[in-house]
Design a protein around this ligand. Structure first.
Ligand code: SAH
Ligand code: SF4
Ligand code: F3S
Length: 483
């Protein structure tokens, strides 16, 4: 077992939170090829890549997979029998981290039995100081830790792991660059994620993402459009444009013209069948985006618009830059352009010192908006963020009670919204055989509703008309209409 550590760079949250925004972030083109030694090692070996967190992490895993497949390594689902295990981790809430410790514990014996086994951690959790100190001290068989900003160093890092008798920690805490030209092995054949920007400069007080993913860096419109055109040519039917705050797209380029509405329009003009985007930020949303959404039928009528809280006091302490009135006005404006928009949201309950009245304001906004879906979370303090040291007199029990009440309200609204779909004809892009019943296939409607129909897998990858017969809270059952 290796017990010495080579620390090339150890995570430093203070450093990671610094911003020098005078000039746009530099762009770099990745180039790395494996050494003969690495290729020889990889021959006949297997890798297991486990991904948690958001779509940004999924996209990073597609890149890591390509690097590993280029070594001709075999993909393996079971980490216990894999020669290389990589955890691409999330840091947004504590439970994401606890799961990783559990996974690592489960691998202890297989790591001890096979001293050649390489277990590595990357992703957002790798960018955090305390968890990495914990891993360094408690999991000696984790041999490799690297960060968000050096995915394309994976060959050099693996080489170092093979050569040195030391564990490698290389987690640069920098603002980040735009790295173009990394290889990628997409996990889906018909739907693709396309990064339009990296990082985040919002510093919502509860959130670790600006520290783990660095400053906001927008890709050039032409690079995004070129990627979408390639995907279309390869037969992709849907792209989801990804950014932590897509409405701030282009701000960092400081050219006075690049904006999210320009980009969205340019992507819609490629003629790809379906365009989605996430995540939107209510404070930065501008009417021109609604205009573009309403003008192009290939931009899907669905929007994820995180509320976080309905209380003005809490929103202020969260540093969200909008209040309840502004949020509700935005929803009203949106519905004036796209009346049947599918609206989903994220909500945090139990933010430090959230009062019962604050929580009631959140419920009030939910009732008023009537979300089609909502992702709800209990606040989880993140080391290094401002809110982690806010005083908090609200008990765990109270937070759980509010969480359950919110969940009930959301389920009620979602059930009612889904019921309204019964009898309608919707277009579905089928993407898989149903998980619960292999005689059914599943896909998403334009409004992002999960739809199951009885059919065989030959329709996967096609967009077909479906009549909705039955609704559940978060899925619909329908029948195919003849074309
Ligand atoms: N950039 C996106 C999403 C970021 S993380 C946005 O701004 O909406 C996804 C969601 O996780 C957030 O919307 C928030 O609801 C939740 N989240 C983030 N930090 C959290 C924390 N410390 N505790 C609980 N939930 C959190
Ligand atoms: Fe986190 Fe706020 Fe940035 Fe979203 S906008 S990633 S919640 S800091
Ligand atoms: Fe995503 Fe989790 Fe990082 S939500 S940005 S993988 S902290």
């Amino acid at each position: 077992m290796k017990n010495k550590s080579e620390i090339i760079a150890f995570p430093d949250l203070k450093q990671a939170g610094r911003r020098d925004l005078k000039a746009p972030a530099p762009t770099r083109v990745a180039s790395s090829s494996p050494s003969q030694k690495l290729l020889a090692w990889a021959k006949g070996k297997s890798y297991c890549l486990q991904t948690s967190g958001c779509q940004a992490n999924v996209r990073d895993s597609e890149i890591l997979s390509a690097y590993l497949e280029n070594l001709k390594m075999r993909k393996e689902e079971d980490p216990l029998i894999s020669d290389l295990v990589l955890f691409n981790t999330c840091a947004v809430r504590e439970n994401a981290e606890v799961k990783i410790y559990g996974e690592l514990g489960r691998l202890k014996k297989s790591a001890e039995d096979n001293p050649e086994k390489i277990i590595g951690i990357c992703g957002c959790m790798a960018q955090e100081e305390k968890p990495m100190r914990f891993i360094k001290d408690n999991f000696p068989y984790v041999k490799l830790v690297f960060g968000i900003h050096n995915l394309d160093s994976i060959y050099t890092l693996l080489d170092a792991c093979l050569t040195d008798e030391k564990r490698i920690f290389d987690v640069p805490s920098k603002q980040g660059e735009i790295v173009e030209g990394m290889p990628s092995l997409r996990f889906d054949k018909y739907k693709a994620f396309v990064n339009i920007m990296y990082g985040c400069d919002n510093f919502c007080t509860y959130c670790i993402v600006p520290y783990t993913r660095g400053r906001q860096r927008s890709r050039k419109i032409e690079d995004v459009v070129a990627e979408v055109n390639c995907l279309k040519a390869e037969g992709y039917k849907e792209v989801t444009l990804l950014g932590q705050n897509v409405n701030a797209y282009g701000f960092d380029l400081k050219d006075g013209v690049t904006s999210f509405s320009n980009l969205l329009e340019a992507v819609a003009k490629t003629g790809i069948d379906r365009v989605r985007f996430m995540t939107s930020h209510p404070a930065y949303f501008t009417e021109d985006v609604f205009k573009v959404m309403a003008s192009y039928p290939n931009i899907m009528p669905a929007l994820h618009l995180p509320l976080q809280s309905g209380s003005d006091k809490v929103l202020k302490r969260m540093n969200r830059h909008y209040d309840q009135t502004k949020y509700l006005a935005l929803v009203k404006l949106l519905r004036s352009y796209i009346p049947d928009i599918y609206l989903s949201t994220d909500i945090i309950v139990g933010f430090p010192n959230e009062t019962e009245e604050d929580f009631e304001e959140t419920l009030k906004v939910c009732r008023e908006v009537g979300y089609d879906n909502a992702f709800t979370f209990i606040y989880s303090p993140r080391d290094g963020t401002p809110a982690a040291i806010f005083p908090d007199g609200v008990s765990k029990e109270e937070k759980s009670k509010r969480f359950m009440a919110l969940k009930d309200e959301i389920d009620k609204e979602a059930t009612a919204a889904a019921l309204k779909e019964v009898g309608k004809t919707v277009e579905v892009l089928f993407d898989s055989v149903s998980k619960k019943n292999d005689e059914m296939i599943s896909g998403y409607s334009r409004h992002n509703r999960l739809v199951h129909v009885k059919s065989d897998s030959s329709l996967i990858g096609q967009i077909r008309k479906v009549k909705i017969l039955e609704s559940h809270t978060y899925s619909l059952i329908g029948e195919l209409l003849d074309e």
